[in-house]
Design a protein around this ligand. Sequence first.
Ligand SMILES: Nc1ncnc2c1ncn2[C@@H]1O[C@H](COP(=O)(O)OP(=O)(O)OP(=O)(O)O)[C@@H](O)[C@H]1O
Ligand SMILES: [Mg+2]
Length: 251
Amino acid sequence: MTPELAIDVRGLTKRFGHRVVVDKVDLQVARGTVCGFLGPNGSGKTTTIRMLCGLLRPDAGEGTCLGLDVIRESRRIKLLSGYMTQKFGLYEDLSIRENLEFVARLFGIAQRAQAVDQALERLGLTARQDQLADTLSGGWKQRLALAACLIHSPQLLLLDEPTAGVDPKARREFWDEIHRLAAEGMTVLVSTHYMDEAERCDELVYIAYGAVLARGTAEAVIQQAGLAPGATLEEAFVQLIDRAHDNYAPA
Ligand SMILES: Nc1ncnc2c1ncn2[C@@H]1O[C@H](COP(=O)(O)OP(=O)(O)OP(=O)(O)O)[C@@H](O)[C@H]1O
Ligand SMILES: [Mg+2]
């Protein structure tokens, strides 16, 4: 039976040296939903994402991704999830198609050409498939990166600031695709600094200093920030970080 929660972790903690950068984070994301992951620079978003997909071993905490244990079954989690890194991670001197073929090989996909064709088609990349990745604009690079995440038909997408530095039209198209994927059953955890994108998420998780400060719908986050309905998410985040600064930041 597939669990209702695609992500269900408690107490996730990561230290680098003596510094605790992710501090007892609980995260629950229902299948087929889009969860926005927000927080200031250095708050622990990327580190949390890397623990969820099995790239980084938590120092403490437990739970599951897609019903699989985040510590003992990280290899299987990797095979069932797509992770889009914060920095473009594909080969700039390979074409779009060559990059996708390469990723398909890494995942050992049997019908490689077909999987690549489908990913190209899905992201509108077919006409540009022979273009070198290096020559693509930011928006097209992000589409290629998303295509690469989808090639092995994952059930969970972990997208780390996928639209940073991308123009508004390309961002909107990227988000339309995220919503199409979610409508087909994909679960998406996506980090972003853009407020318009936060508003397009089903639920939000806001972290600072490695700890979750607020979570839930946009309305719930505004309420948890102590603001009246009608306040903006931006106002709520500013309020939350100001309050956290008093509690966490060194004097
Ligand atoms: N491998 C590492 N070794 C030491 N410190 C690290 C390592 N990776 C991250 N950090 C530190 O952990 C903290 C959290 O970093 P992380 O990259 O998770 O933040 P983030 O929320 O993704 O930030 P941003 O919005 O800038 O991407 C930062 O202070 C960072 O410098
Ligand atoms: Mg980051």
